[in-house]
Every structure is written in C-alpha cells, then in structure tokens.
Design a protein. Structure first.
Length: 444
C-alpha cells in the first residue's frame, strides 16, 4: 500500500485512463521506488523514460483529469522536466530526513553563498551576498517587484509572445500589460524597437524582461539587453528581469545576466529574479531568489516581499547548486539533441507545421498556422465557443494524437497560430509524441 494516497499509480491509471502511455513507459516498473538507479559510473541516463504519472504532477496528471475519457497520452505542456533528479539532491533530502524535526530554520546564509558561487562560476556574475534575497519562487518575487514599481492601473511593458504567468501577475497586482509584439525576421523573433519605444509612456513604470524568453527561446544578446536597459533608463522604467531559464542555453549562444551589463546606470535600474528550479527540475521545492546591485531598489522590493522558505526546499536547492553540475552538464547536450531532433523531424514529416529554432530553454515554439487552417480551427473555435483557434487545436491534438500542448494564444500578441511544446523528456517520448501528431495531421 502506498503511504500517500495520491501515489497510488494503479488507482490513478484506472480513473484517468492513461494506460497507453504507462504501457509505453513500462507500467509498474516503479522507477520511483528505486531512485538513483539512473546514475552509473558518473553517467546519467536521460534516455530511459522516467514515469511521473500518478505523482501529482501538473504536467502529466492535470491533463489526464481534464480528458477523463482517456484520450490524453503525452504531457508536453507545463514547463517541468521528466528526468530523475541528480542523486545529490535526493541524498541531501534523505540525510536531512534522518533528523526528524521540522521547526523554523535559523539561517539560509549557506544557500545564499551557493547561489553566489554558481552565478559567479557559471555566468561570471559578481554578486554581493547582501544583495541576494531568497524567495519562495520567481512568481512571488516578480509580483513584489510589480507592487513596488508599478502602481495599480499603470502599464507594464513586455515583449510578446511571453510566459503567460506574467499576465496573471499583472491581473494580481492590478496593472495593465503593454505588449510589444516581436517580429519574425529570418527565423528569429526580433524586437520591434520602434514599437517598444513608442510604448514607453509616462504611465509605464516597469518592464518585464524574460531572458531566455519563454516561449520563443530567445537568448538576448548583450547589445539587445543594453539597448532595452538604456531605453528604460531614459524613460524612467524599472527593469524586472526574469532569468529563470538562464542555465538552459544552446551552443552558439550565451546567457548575459542583466546585472552584468557594462553600464552601471542600466544595471542599477534593474532587479533580477532567478532560481535553479528549471535547471534541476525542482519547481515544487519553491526556492528562488532575487537581487539588485542597487540597494535602494532592492530595499523597496523587500518591503513588499516575504519569503516563507521550507527546510527541504532549502536543503535540496543548496545540494543542487553545490553538487549538481556534473548531472546538468550531461543534461544540457541531451536537451540540445532533443531540439535538433525536433528540427529535423518537423522539416521531414510535418508539412503543416513550421519549426522555429530556440536558442535556449527546453521549450519549442511551433507554428501550426497551416494545421489550424487545415482542420478548420478558426470556424470550429467560433462555433464551439473556444477562446482561440489554438485552444481548439489543443483539444483536437489530444483527441487525435493524445498529445497535450500549450496554446500560443496564452502568450499574448504574436502567439496566434503557435503552440508551445515542452521537450524536457527522454527522446523516446518526444519522438512518440511527434509520431502521433504527425500521423494525426496527415489525416487532417
Ligand atoms: C519565465 C518564467 N518565470 C517564472 C516561472 C515560474 O517560476 P516559479 O515556479 O519559481 O514561481 C516560470 C515557469 O515556467 C517561467 O517560465
């Protein structure tokens, strides 16, 4: 008997009807019961699918509830990865669990030190530990930033398509998103500088920068960031830089922390929000951080922010920073391989889909415009009351291929025609999901 009801995989499978995928993954092979078997002689196996079904996973278990008739098979939406975490994380948690007390913690200095070390070693960022504030997620950090710099009913600038969470932040804090759609130029999403600057009005007090950009995968260059930063400075707009995907960057690109830009005034006009949760797939551990080189800005944000950290999140996060690099250094090329696989696959097998090359993140942003027309999604969306053709396509893909993607319309202007797909899975699962979508679209 599982000790936690929600871990009863068999019950879950019965009620949610996702046996097809479980079959693919090897039903009952209870990987979760024997953690760390993926690590052999320092080599991590990202190829063998790791079954998360029935573990209260929003990526796998939420769509199964939404499609109770059992059509859903492949959870390729929510941005969490399917790989087993590195052993150092599980070991650190297990060791802490041996001491059976869970009272308030005395200090988190050691975790801050680990953040500073990682940011310096991997990204050349020189952080003063006093400028780093821990938080329970990037989400609450950005909300505190908005509360501080953007009074209700003022505008917050962002480049779209962008992470849909920012629209919730805006709603939550009563500010108005001011969206500057990017233009696709030679296959890359480029900033429309004229449009961006035209939106830097006196009632715009903050700009959210997403680097790398979710969902398009842009890894912003130093020149782009400097230009954004100088425009914001000139127009008295504070930069809130969300860098949660910073570690996941593809060869040929380099993540530039906003706070490392070679212009002190620009840097001092910014607050950055980050976490290692995407890097090591630890979003459920709810441990993140924010920092600013400008103590005045930081002090103001801190007045609107209170982190309630939890012991296991702190333990796990510090273990990842200090000991997780070997695992991550093997993961990164694997994710790059997934991106390359998808590029070739879409070109060779999916004439109704256009590929766009991501520079970072484990997300791919696919143009389904032709598929949307082929299945009559605009008309069907109107007739059936969907909020967009992409939302209709989302259901259509689940019905016809079992694959669950995120509709582009959720990501603001420029999202039309697109779907976001999560590639943070074993290649086998990625391939099966694509095979299934390609077969469905061939019949469209
Ligand atoms: C750009 C971006 N920011 C923030 C978040 C959420 O961060 P957290 O879980 O730390 O609140 C996500 C999650 O996908 C994201 O993609």
């Amino acid at each position: 008997m599982p000790k936690i009801a929600s871990f009863s995989r068999r019950n879950f499978m019965k009620s949610a009807g996702v046996t097809a995928l479980v079959g693919t993954l090897g039903a009952g092979n209870s990987q979760a019961a024997s953690p760390q078997k993926m690590a052999k002689n320092g080599t991590f196996d990202f190829d063998t699918p790791y079954n998360r079904i029935g573990t209260n996973s929003s990526r796998w278990d939420s769509p199964a509830k939404r499609y109770p008739a059992g059509q859903f098979k492949y959870g390729m939406g929510v941005a969490s990865m399917d790989f087993e975490a590195p052993p150092c994380i599980t070991e650190a948690i297990a060791e802490r669990c041996e001491h059976h007390t869970w009272g308030y913690m005395s200090s988190t200095e050691s975790l801050v030190d680990a953040v500073v070390q990682w940011s310096g070693t991997r990204h050349g960022l020189d952080l003063d530990p006093k400028s780093v504030v821990l938080s329970t997620g990037v989400y609450p950090g950005v909300i505190a930033g908005l509360r501080t710099f953007a009074p209700p009913a003022t505008k917050v600038l962002m480049l779209t398509p962008i992470y849909d969470g920012f629209f919730y932040h805006c709603r939550h804090t009563g500010v108005i998103p001011s969206e500057s759609p990017m233009k696709r130029v030679n296959g890359r999403f480029e900033i429309d500088w004229e449009d961006l600057e035209s939106r830097m009005t006196p009632d715009t007090h903050a700009m959210i920068v997403c680097n790398p950009q979710n969902p398009t995968g842009n890894v912003w260059t130093q020149e782009e960031l400097l230009r954004i930063g100088r425009l914001c400075l000139e127009h008295k707009i504070v930069v809130l830089s969300d860098e949660i995907h910073s570690d996941i960057v593809r060869p040929g690109h380099r993540y530039i922390p906003f706070a490392s830009l070679p212009d002190e005034a620009v840097v001092n006009n910014s607050v950055t929000f980050n976490a290692i949760s995407k890097t090591f797939n630890m979003a459920g551990m709810k441990t993140a951080f924010l920092y600013s080189k400008n103590p005045t800005l930081l002090g103001r944000v801190v007045q609107n922010h209170r982190a309630d950290l939890n012991t296991l999140g702190v333990t796990a996060t510090e273990a990842a920073y200090r000991n997780g690099a070997p695992w991550f250094d093997q993961l990164l090329p694997y994710l790059d391989g997934n991106h390359s696989f998808v590029e070739t696959y879409v070109r060779d097998n999916m004439p109704l889909v256009d590929y766009h090359r991501a520079e970072g993140t484990y997300l791919t942003w696919l143009d389904f415009s032709k598929a949307i027309q082929a299945i009559g999604a605009p008309q069907m969306a109107l007739e059936k009351g969907y909020s967009s053709p992409e939302h209709y396509l989302q259901d259509w893909l689940v019905e016809h291929s079992g694959v669950y993607l995120n509709p582009g319309a959720n990501y603001g202007p420029g999202g039309a025609g697109h779907m976001r797909m999560n590639l943070g899975s074993s290649r086998l699962i990625v391939k099966e999901a694509f095979d299934s979508m390609a077969a469905a679209l061939r019949k469209a």
